[in-house]
Design a protein around this ligand. Structure first.
Ligand code: ADP
Ligand code: ZN
Ligand code: ZN
Length: 809
């Protein structure tokens, strides 16, 4: 007998282990680990992943697998073991780990169906309901409730009595393939002429279609949608011709191609500078000897890192192997994609959040079916199901978006290293501003450090000028532009050069304050101020979605002197048009880039010189390479310096360095103006000199003093519950367990209330563990997780455990 060990799609803790199922004879010949199956679980049919196939089981009376969904495994052997590792390291159910590796369309998508258990009783007590159910045997539960709401009482009653039950059924993924329909003919030209002449005189349209084929040599198949448009005929015309046997219809399955209509110019390798050659050599050596090593490529902006990646990938392709390139979501601009597609064409799949689910699925399938050998994508592309990986690159490795903030709470860097070890291939981390963790590891020799400290062809890094905005106020300038920045903007307008204005929005919202009593309007459900959205005249909470109209008076003191503070891109744009009316401005923020493709359109327009100033948020900080940009202005450099996060200095330094790197990338020299209210802060000063090493030294001292990473590891346990007493009580118990279970070297901070103490009416408390080596920690945390069941109902306790957290709030 053959047995399959299956992880079943029921996200409850008790089921986070494989279950045994019998493999029916008819599946034996092809069933493999990594395939998805449908299995009975209680009264339901659920999706499952086969972990392994065995010959015996300790359990008697095994149920059988009902259906095998995939013809080939969707998870490779490597991914199966990666999932197991992820689930241990991040304390998440294995099911979540596997689901994270697959495109959304392959995840369980269930229908709830009504099943009749006892027709006789149903006929006696609920005859109308029985009628409905018999009329439509495949009735979906929600559909039934919607169509016949008056039946919901009898439904519930019949269910309580056991006359019917609700079974779950997985929707199959029939509609996930894109098909193209073609029309063709197997008749020869003469035959076509013959049948055309015999057509009824009134069948003009049919004649037209046949004539099209007569004039076409040879008789290729044509897309139906194409011919309908071209000849302006209807679908029925074609159908009649098919019926008569003159034409044949065929269907072919195709990959959706999100880049199909883009002209991408092909490029060839540049001849490398000496610095680039020296950087590439050790990576090539690791590729050649097929040995795993992690490289940290610290290269200033514009030092030619991307060209090094491209040439390393070329080697990999020549060896018949595959490469993964991760870039941050916001850097997945068309510019970046074009550089990879331009070099490797159809060998490249692209994965990012801007694609539809179908497009994402097709990009994934190209990888799975071996149709491409390179993937360029955001975080989750690290799970690309390649079987013969030769290289993994993580660009901008310091980006916090590489950490997933929901289960599995993994960092793409750790997954990359797991896969690099498995395939014995190099992992290259690249950045102009490496994370402190990575740089410290490189200094210790754990990673191989590669440095590129100059821009390609000795182009100089732009000169940076710091402007103290407090001084501006003192000299009576109340505008959001300092005198210096305004003069430079005018200057660029005259010279017809371009400028980029960057506004750091994070932690810098437009809140509404009472000028009499100082009250700031807060969300009634979350302890956080509401953000003013001017267009709709509404105040919105960015955590729970609560919204209310702009108040006419202060809720605290009834004063009418309310005003909003903070600067949004809209306000900057308005002020720009006031002070520089002749400037053409493109604004890029979440509001102007909501529609698909708008991001690309705006950038293209700017690249073609259709605007003088590009004004935007974080999304313009990275990856842009516009030769005519000679001025970068940063409006509020310190906006995130004061967030309750030990990485706030590091993030400020990184962001300022990235933004400055947008200036002077070509022949024209660049200039940067940074406006700030904290010009004395070391992260801002070092950024203004492009001085990573001094920043690193100073920040490391701070981390050392306060016991933060990379000197200590962190684990953050966050609890939430609608009752504050309950949260405090459990948080204290957990802190007690931690103190008892860990060594005296570990520090347990808290419980304290979180930086945002309440979200959606739930109170939030947290404990933080700082530690160096605690072999028991994972097991202890797992016991805590199991001891406090966290349900899905709103009034249940929720516990999240985050190892190496990036969000402290
Ligand atoms: P980074 O990724 O480090 O920011 P890029 O790879 O984008 O740097 O290179 C910056 C600019 O220099 C790009 O416009 C690129 O085309 C150009 N460049 C890179 N390497 C070379 C080279 N060897 N010769 C000429 N130009 C180069
Ligand atoms: Zn007031
Ligand atoms: Zn809220």
């Amino acid at each position: 007998m053959m047995i399959a060990k299956v992880i079943v799609d029921i996200p409850v803790k008790e089921t986070d282990r494989p279950f045994d199922y019998k493999i029916p004879l008819e599946f034996e010949s092809f069933i493999q680990p990594g395939m998805r199956v449908l299995v009975p679980f209680g009264p339901m049919k659920r999706l499952g992943f086969i972990l392994s196939i065995e010959t015996q089981s300790e359990i008697k009376n095994l149920k059988s697998i009902s259906q095998v969904i995939d013809p080939t495994p969707v998870l490779t052997k490597e991914l199966l073991s990666l999932g197991k590792w992820l689930s241990t390291e991040t304390l998440c159910p294995r099911l979540f780990a596997y689901s994270a590796m697959l495109p959304a369309v392959l995840k369980g998508n269930y229908k709830k169906m009504v099943r009749i258990n006892d027709q006789v009783s149903l006929a006696r007590e609920f005859p109308t309901l029985l009628d409905t159910l018999l009329n439509k045997p495949e009735m979906e539960w929600t559909e039934l409730l919607k169509k016949e709401p008056e039946q919901s009482d009898s439904l519930n009653a019949a269910m309580k009595k056991g006359f019917i039950s609700i079974i779950q059924w997985i929707k199959n993924d029939r509609r996930t393939y894109k098909k193209i329909r073609y029309i063709a003919t197997s008749l020869s030209k003469d035959e076509l002429i013959d049948v055309t002449s015999k057509l009824d005189k009134r069948s003009l349209k049919q004649k037209q279609v046949l004539e099209y084929f007569i004039n076409q040599e040879p008789h290729l198949k044509v897309e139906i949608s194409d011919i309908l448009k071209r000849l302006n005929v209807g679908r029925s015309t074609l159908k009649q011709l098919v019926k008569k046997g003159f034409l044949d219809e065929t269907t072919e399955e195709v990959y959706r191609d999100p880049y199909a209509d883009k002209e991408i110019e092909r490029t060839t390798s540049l001849s490398l500078t000496t610095a680039q050659k020296n950087a590439l050599a050790p990576i090539q050596e690791s590729i050649r000897s097929q040995s795993h090593e992690v490289f940290l490529c610290h290269g200033v902006t514009g030092s030619g890192k991307t060209e090094i990646y491209l040439q390393a990938i070329e080697k990999i392709l020549n060896m018949g192997k595959e490469a993964i390139v991760l870039v941050p979501e916001i850097a997945l601009t068309p510019q970046m994609v074009h550089r990879f597609k331009g070099r490797f064409g159809d060998e490249v799949a692209v994965l990012h959040s801007g694609l539809s689910q179908g497009e994402k699925y097709d990009e994934w399938r190209k990888i799975h079916e071996g149709a491409v050998h390179v993937v360029v994508g955001a975080r989750s592309a690290i799970f690309a199901p390649f079987k013969n990986l030769g290289l993994i690159i993580i660009d901008e490795e310091h980006e916090t978006s590489y950490k997933q903030e929901e289960q599995p709470r993994y960092h793409a860097r750790d997954v990359a290293i797991f896969r690099g070890k498995y395939h014995q291939c190099p992992v290259v981390l690249g950045s102009a501003t490496p994370s402190l963790e990575s740089y410290a590891r490189a200094k210790k020799g754990v990673y191989h450090l590669i440095q590129l400290l100059e821009r390609v062809n000795q182009r100089s890094l732009p000169e940076v000028q710091l402007v103290d905005m407090r001084e501006e106020l003192r000299s009576n300038n109340h505008s959001m532009f300092s005198k210096q920045l305004f003069e430079r903007l005018e200057d660029r307008l005259e010279k017809k050069e371009q400028s980029v204005l960057f506004l750091n929005r994070r932690g810098y919202s437009t809140f509404v304050m009472c000028r009499d009593c100082g009250y700031v309007v807060q969300c009634p459900h979350c302890d956080i101020s509401l953000t003013y959205h001017r267009k709709q005249g509404m105040l919105k909470c960015h955590y729970c979605g609560h919204q209310e109209p702009y108040p006419s008076q202060c809720p605290e003191c009834t004063s009418h002197h309310l005003r909003y503070f903070g600067t949004g891109t809209q306000r900057v744009e308005e002020e720009l048009t006031k002070v520089l009316p002749e400037a053409r401005v493109i604004r890029m923020d979440v509001d102007t880039t909501q529609r698909k493709g708008s991001h690309e359109k705006l950038l293209k327009a700017f690249g073609e010189g259709k605007a003088d100033i590009l004004l935007g948020t974080q999304m313009i900080a990275k990856g842009l390479d516009f030769p005519k940009v000679t001025l970068v202005g940063v409006l509020a450099a310190d906006a995130m310096l004061h967030l309750p996060d030990f990485r706030s200095s590091e993030k400020t330094f990184q962001l300022l360095t990235q933004v400055s790197g947008r200036a002077g990338r070509d022949q024209l020299p660049g200039e940067v103006i940074i406006q700030s209210y904290s010009t004395e802060h070391y992260s801002i000063i070092h950024a203004s000199y492009h001085d990573y090493h001094s920043f690193y030294d100073q920040e490391m001292q701070m981390r050392y003093r306060h016991h933060y990473p990379p000197f200590y590891y962190l684990a953050l346990i966050t609890l939430s519950h609608p009752q504050v007493t309950k949260v405090v009580d459990i948080a204290e118990k957990i802190a007690g367990h931690l103190k008892k279970g860990l060594s005296s070297d570990a520090q347990i901070l808290g419980p304290t209330s979180s930086a945002i103490p309440r979200i959606k009416d739930r109170y939030r408390y947290q404990c933080m563990v700082k530690y160096k080596r605690e072999p028991n920690l994972l097991a202890l945390l797992k016991r805590i997780q199991e001891h406090y069941p966290t349900g899905t109902k709103n009034d249940d306790l929720k516990i999240t455990i985050d190892l190496n957290p990036f969000i402290m709030m």
